[in-house]
Design a protein. Structure first.
Length: 149
């Protein structure tokens, strides 16, 4: 079982797509381990996107991510990181495959609706940025047994 950090970015919240986005991960079988609405403080956004510091889009991304509330969640499941990245689609919605969140709801790389950790090690780091251990729940859903052989 693996965990990943997903953020519904400010454009997703402002465009009232929160339910639509969660629905896709949930329908696929991923299980919510944590969920909350927050406005990301600038220092936290800078820490989250530290790997991109110095790139042309860094300032704009930090401003965008802190501009309005976001929904942060931890999803759990087998290969949760890769599975959720596939459900999200490519970084640029114009290159994302139809049926992915970014393709179906977006057109612009700077307004691409969702964040998802890119590797299991990244997920561990990012989950700690947004959640205290006590905010994450482990449980079994009634339907979980029907998701595997
Ligand atoms: O989010 P993802 O891991 O797919 O892409 P990234 O390369 O790690 O970039 C992080 C975020 O920066 C993207 O999701 C975009 O919001 C933003 N970005 C941008 O606005 N313009 C770019 N040319 C590249 C990234
Ligand atoms: Mg990334």
């Amino acid at each position: 079982m693996e965990r990943t950090l997903i953020i519904i970015k400010p454009d997703g919240v402002q465009r009232a797509l929160v339910g639509n986005v969660i629905k896709r991960f949930e329908a696929r079988g991923l299980r919510l381990a944590g969920l909350k609405l927050i406005q990301i403080p600038r220092a936290l956004a800078e820490e989250h996107y530290a790997e991109h510091k110095g790139k042309g889009f860094y300032e704009g991304t930090v401003t965008y991510m802190t501009s309005a509330p976001v929904v942060v969640m931890v999803l759990e499941g087998p290969d949760a990181v890769a599975a959720s990245r596939a459900t999200m689609g490519a970084t640029n919605p114009l290159n994302a495959a139809p049926g992915t969140i970014r393709a179906d709801f977006g057109l612009n790389i700077s307004r691409n609706l969702v964040h998802g950790s890119d590797k299991p090690e990244t997920a561990e780091r990012e989950i700690k940025l947004y959640f205290q251990p006590g905010e994450l729940l482990s449980y079994t859903r009634a339907g979980d047994g029907w998701l595997k052989e």
